[in-house]
Design a protein around this ligand. Structure first.
Ligand SMILES: CC(C)(COP(=O)(O)OP(=O)(O)OC[C@H]1O[C@@H](n2cnc3c(N)ncnc32)[C@H](O)[C@@H]1OP(=O)(O)O)[C@@H](O)C(=O)NCCC(=O)NCCS
Length: 171
């Protein structure tokens, strides 16, 4: 898409003051907490910029799927060759993800998700089999439409649910 940029937001990088996703916690993360997370090497935040305006951001961290996360871990790990050797499954976690309130439901979120999938298959420095996300209830349809599945039924009644996408599908 013309006029589109994608940038890593380091500790001191400028954050578009007009960004507003309509959710106070996520806005606060974008303007403040993302800097602390960067400083502590806990999560890196990226901005999606269209014609100079930040229309979305997401943060990612190294993570893993563990036996506690899945209802039947033995069955789950059978999808990997030599699955029994693995006590955890290498993953990247989307910690935060938000689209500017004026640009929602215009497929920007799905475009970014497609980008993240390819990015972690083709350009990653380490092995990473899954994308995981602790998805807010209201965003579950979005993740399902983007190919994510639930890891467990235990969190069915929680405010967030742990979901995964198997990157092998697009490799
Ligand atoms: C969730 C979010 C990132 C989706 O981004 P988006 O650009 O609006 O999503 P898209 O336009 O790519 O939507 C893709 C599909 O998901 C659906 N969808 C997106 N958000 C939805 C919602 N809140 N409720 C129901 N369906 C939703 C769209 O209708 C679309 O369906 P379609 O393919 O049948 O037309 C965005 O709405 C957002 O920032 N939400 C607030 C913060 C949040 O919940 N972040 C996730 C935290 S884990």
């Amino acid at each position: 898409m013309d006029g589109l940029e994608f940038t890593r937001l380091g500790l001191n990088d400028y954050r578009d003051e007009e960004f507003d996703c309509g959710n106070e916690d996520l806005n606060e993360f974008f303007f403040k907490d993302s800097k602390d997370n960067c400083k502590e090497l806990l999560a890196i935040t990226y901005a999606w910029i269209l014609d100079g305006k930040t229309i979305a951001f997401f943060s990612v961290s190294n993570d893993s799927i563990t036996t506690q996360d899945v209802d039947n871990f033995n069955k789950f790990r059978k999808r990997l060759p030599w699955g029994k050797r693995y006590k955890t499954m290498p993953s990247v976690k989307i910690g935060r993800f938000a689209v500017h309130k004026d640009f929602k439901k215009m497929k920007h979120g799905s475009t970014i998700m497609d980008f993240i999938k390819i990015w972690f298959v083709k350009g990653n420095k380490t092995g990473c089999r899954f994308i995981i996300v602790d998805a807010l209830k209201e965003s579950l349809p979005f993740y399902e439409k983007n190919g994510f599945s639930f890891l467990s039924n235990k969190d069915e009644k929680d405010l967030t649910r742990l979901m995964y996408f198997d990157l092998k599908v697009i490799n």
